[in-house]
Design a protein around this ligand. Structure first.
Ligand code: ATP
Length: 291
């Protein structure tokens, strides 16, 4: 459904996105995660045809990004959604329905259904008087006004309280159950972890890793072995009347056992600790920053 090849964007002399390539299958939820300035927004805007790439290609639903047919099949949610403050949700959404040539009776039903699903009350209140969460829901409704196949959401839950955040994330997940293909960016690993099939981790303009979350953990994570001994061995620390040494391979576990036996003691327990996804992401971001 989405094919991105060697996508690059330069702003003046500064490279914001460098050689990104990824694909997203139909019906998949694909997350782009990374710290501030990683290049997430720039990538999403190129996908949505709102920014011209310096190099490379992005194709969505078989069309070149920016193609008018592609735009009709795409819903984009910007990170900050500028809404016309004096409009109401209903007049605002009707305005966009007209832009997309959605027939009036279809638009009316779609607007009310979506606002019902998003549990948005006060539909006649001016947007300028609404909370950030309510405005976000209106912006999400706007992204769905043309019933698009593909949704590109830039930080859909950014700056929202935890309750609204969960609501928005669950709603995004429901959209994928309805068959939409979704690409979204996030800072927060939890959002990505809870609804994404696959992710790309971006840092300083580059995709430093991508794949299913389990694959990433397996490929980039580490397993630590906590080896408990009855006697002190090299690099061990005292821990509740025993000694604990943390190592990263089975060979080192064996070496610790030998060292304990040589000192007249033994190994009494071995525990493993897998790195969390959070640690994997931080490691990837840090190792990239060092190069
Ligand atoms: N119009 C622009 N002109 C110059 N530099 C820009 C422009 N837009 C973005 N940048 C720079 O490109 C880099 C990537 O920005 P981008 O907004 O894509 O990152 P991001 O990952 O979405 O960050 P955030 O999480 O803060 O939104 C940043 O260093 C940013 O300062």
């Amino acid at each position: 459904m989405i094919e991105v090849r060697d996508l690059r964007k330069e702003y003046g002399g500064f490279t914001a996105v460098e050689g990104s390539s990824f694909t997203v299958d139909s019906g998949e939820v694909f997350g782009i995660i990374g710290p501030n300035g990683a290049g997430k927004t720039t990538t999403l805007k190129m996908l949505a045809g709102l920014l011209e790439p310096t190099d490379g290609t992005a194709r969505v639903a078989g069309y070149e990004a920016g193609d008018s047919e592609m735009r009709r099949r795409l819903g984009f949610l910007p990170e900050e959604s500028p809404l016309y403050e004096e409009m109401t949700p209903l007049s605002y959404l009707q305005f966009f329905a007209d832009l997309y040539d959605v027939p009036d009776h279809v638009a009316e039903e779609r607007i009310h259904d979506t606002l019902d699903e998003l549990d948005l009350q006060h539909r006649d209140r001016q947007l300028g008087d609404m909370s950030k969460g309510m405005k976000r829901k209106v912006a999400i409704s706007r992204s769905l006004i043309n019933d698009p196949d593909v949704l590109i959401y830039d930080e859909p839950a950014s700056g929202l309280d935890p309750l609204t955040t969960n609501y928005v994330i669950d709603f995004t997940s429901d959209l994928s159950q309805d068959g939409k293909t979704i690409v979204f960016s996030a800072h927060n690993l939890y959002h990505v972890e809870s609804i994404c099939d696959r992710v790309a981790i971006m840092n300083q303009g580059e995709i430093v890793a991508q794949g299913a979350l389990d694959e990433l953990r397996e490929e980039h994570g580490t397993t630590e072995y906590h080896v408990y001994t009855t006697v002190e061995v090299q690099d061990s620390v005292q821990d509740n009347g025993r000694y604990r040494r943390v190592v990263e391979s089975m060979d080192e576990v064996d070496a610790t056992r030998d060292a304990a036996q040589a000192a007249g003691g033994s190994v009494v327990d071995i525990r493993t600790e897998e790195s969390s996804l959070e640690e994997v992401f931080l490691d990837l971001a840090e190792s990239e920053a060092e190069t």
